[in-house]
Design a protein around this ligand. Sequence first.
Ligand code: GAR
Length: 192
Amino acid sequence: MINVAIFASGTGTNFSALIAKINASDLPIKVISLICDHPEAQVVQRAHEAKIPVWTHTLKEFNDKHDYETAIETYLAQFKVDLLILAGYMKIVSPVLLSAFSGQIINIHPAMLPKFPGRHGIEDAFAAGVTSTGVTVHYVDTGVDTGPIIAQQVVEVLPTDDIDSLATRIHRVEHQLYFDSLCKVIEQKHLS
Ligand code: GAR
């Protein structure tokens, strides 16, 4: 079995899309837990509905990021975790988890990296007036959205687009690209 933990902070549409696609596939992937830094986030409810165990604590409950991530590492140690999947996780991963899960952390970003990194990839691309943007799945390293790229897909910005219509199309692409990228990583790492 390939054990994965999904990290998310907010709405959780990528979380739900991954769960649905994993369940519909014949891949031996088990989502062992949702890790969430906002106990009130909608993704927590989604995990409960999907009967996925949840670890949710705010950073404020700990002295610092080091202690926060050490608590996550300790929690995850009870599972044999193969991959950490960041799906709208809005914290920068620190050396604690990066060294515990070296080369095993992947992230999705709503822009064509290295363009428009950071928290507002869709808004920043739209404000820049680009005619195309996209979605990137990449390994996580010490930088902000800088790790090696696994997959990218272009999304055109239409003259009629506003932020919402563009975001809707980007999310639709994300929901397929993240699962496809997960399959690619599993194959490349010979996990299955
Ligand atoms: C997604 O668009 C994801 O790419 C983005 O947060 C959104 C979460 O949506 N992540 C980042 O911007 C990371 N820099 P969701 O909660 O509905 O999955």
